[in-house]
Design a binder for this molecule. Structure first.
Ligand SMILES: Cc1cc2nc3c(=O)[nH]c(=O)nc-3n(C[C@H](O)[C@H](O)[C@H](O)COP(=O)(O)OP(=O)(O)OC[C@H]3O[C@@H](n4cnc5c(N)ncnc54)[C@H](O)[C@@H]3O)c2cc1C
Length: 458
């Protein structure tokens, strides 16, 4: 019997295999840039048929497989151990079709998010998913983590942008539901099992993505708000007044704003005196009238007392400079070691929750530094703590302080990044024992030999 690697080589050819020693020249990705990939070897299939054959061989051999997209995942779901095999989608990057009649694009799962955005734009459409890792992140990875990003408030998460999906089960069975239709209630909609399951239930190979009309206008403003309670009021006010066009509602707490505007070259959009800042974006279909409507909406919000200061972007350059402030997470590096969190909870719970977690952390580290910002419209906060020593004990205390209070507040330990390895210990904060048991049953039906991303999520 030939070795597994030789059997796989027969399927994918020499080009389709990267040996262990050659992996040592490849970075382990965004979270571990200084580490190299660890695995027995890496397989790079060129199409679904090859993925199916490779998985069947691995399944028969009981060989664990970790799927790789662009390695931008933030919870270590993409980490492979020395005795595992990596299945990389790097040769499956084709945009197969853009179908204007059904406003859809069919792609292989290894295509990058940026390529999809650009292809949609060239075809006169818009693909709304957007996040900082767009240049490397793949659609397969976005779908497997059910990524969120900056426009969820208007278009939903990655899940909402998938019409059809093709996936391969652990035993090599291909499930092809590459539908182009929005409505499809023919029994269980199995595509949702693969979306957000972080490579544990199957390998996503192809997708039919839902495209949207290209916005004609995009109005952006930076706003100051003097009271937390006004943030949801402003959100509702602008959602209504913009006729559903509100596409981003990003909130920064004062200390994060102070930090990002203090960086060399940062746009000085507003004074730093206010407790909260909102980066707001509204899209529309009227190039001449939308700007005026947007400014009228903001003036009305100011009259209502919901906004105390505001600046509107007058050019694409100003718009980009505003987004650069929101995205300048590297500004936190000046604090030294830091731990970042992605949690979800009802907006009304946020102030009390932030106070509660901070009390326990300050008790341990009176000089702690903390920054908060987030996709507030989606109930999603990104919290960063820096307490100096970033050792494992420190991390456990801070993790407990941040995650455990979410249970009683109806919160989620992962708003948009997933569970992977990093949040495994806290899954039960957000999921009941019965839910976790059902997840495990699903896993054992889909992958009885536990070869797909074993040990991730639970
Ligand atoms: C700068 C930056 C900003 C980010 N901003 C956001 C944000 O705003 N919102 C947000 O939600 N996320 C954000 N992310 C994280 C985001 O979830 C990931 O970047 C992305 O969705 C993962 O895509 P990837 O191709 O890199 O997947 P990888 O990192 O390669 O893999 C991620 C997970 O998906 C699995 N996987 C990958 N491909 C497949 C496949 N074809 N089939 C089955 N499983 C697969 C892997 O096994 C792993 O569990 C950000 C990341 C970075 C680096």
């Amino acid at each position: 019997m030939a070795e597994l690697i030789d059997q796989i080589r027969d399927v994918v050819g020499d080009r389709g295999i990267v040996l262990h020693e050659d992996l040592l020249g490849r970075s382990a990705g965004f979270r571990h840039p200084n580490d190299t990939l660890q695995a027995k070897f890496l397989v790079r299939p060129a199409n679904t048929d090859e993925v199916a054959k490779v998985l069947k061989l691995c399944n028969d051999a009981g060989q664990a497989v970790v799927s790789h997209g662009g390695l931008t995942g933030l919870v270590d779901g993409n980490i492979a151990a020395r005795d595992e095999v990596i299945l990389s989608m790097e040769r499956m990057r084709e945009i197969e079709e853009i179908d204007p009649a059904s406003s859809s694009m069919t792609v292989q799962a290894g295509v990058t998010l940026q390529s999809v955005q650009e292809a949609a734009d060239e075809a006169g459409f818009f693909f709304p998913l957007d996040l900082g890792g767009r240049g490397s992140a793949t659609l397969g990875g976005n779908i497997s983590t059910n990524a969120g990003g900056n426009r969820v408030v208007r278009y939903g998460m990655a899940r909402d942008m998938v019409l059809g999906l093709e996936a391969v089960r652990a035993d090599g069975t291909v499930l092809n539901s590459l539908n182009k239709i929005i409505k499809d209630n023919a029994g269980y909609n199995l595509k949702h099992m693969f979306i957000g399951s972080e490579g544990t239930l199957g390998v996503v190979t192809r997708l039919v993505l839902r495209l949207r009309p290209k916005p004609v206008s995009q109005e952006t403003a930076f706003l100051a708000v003097d009271d937390f309670d006004k943030l949801p009021q402003l959100l509702n006010f602008c959602s209504g007044r913009s006729g559903g066009g509100l596409s981003a509602y990003e909130v920064m707490w004062k200390n994060y704003f102070e930090l990002v505007v203090s960086r060399p070259g940062a746009a000085q959009v507003l004074p730093t005196d206010y407790p909260f800042y909102v980066l707001m974006e509204v899209i529309g279909g009227d190039a001449t009238g939308d700007g005026e409507r947007f400014e009228n909406m903001l003036a009305a919000a100011m009259e209502e007392g919901l906004v105390v200061d505001a600046v509107v972007a007058k050019s694409e350059g100003e718009r980009m400079a505003m987004w650069a402030l929101r995205d300048d997470i590297e500004s936190l590096d000046q604090w030294g070691p830091r731990i970042g969190f992605d949690v979800g909870l009802p907006i009304a719970e946020m102030p009390a929750y932030l106070e509660e977690i901070d009390k326990s952390i300050i008790a341990e580290w009176p000089d702690r530094k903390r920054a908060v910002f987030g996709h507030l419209g989606d109930g999603n906060l990104h919290i960063t703590y820096s307490v100096g020593d970033n050792g494992p004990k420190t991390k456990k205390i801070i993790d407990d302080a941040v995650y455990l209070p979410l249970a009683s507040r109806g919160g989620s330990v992962s708003a948009e990044h997933g569970i992977g390895l990093m949040k495994k210990a806290y899954l039960e904060v957000s999921r009941s024992g019965a839910e976790i048991e059902l997840m495990k049953q699903l896993k054992s039906v889909m992958d009885p030999n536990n070869i797909l991303n074993p040990g991730k999520i639970f």
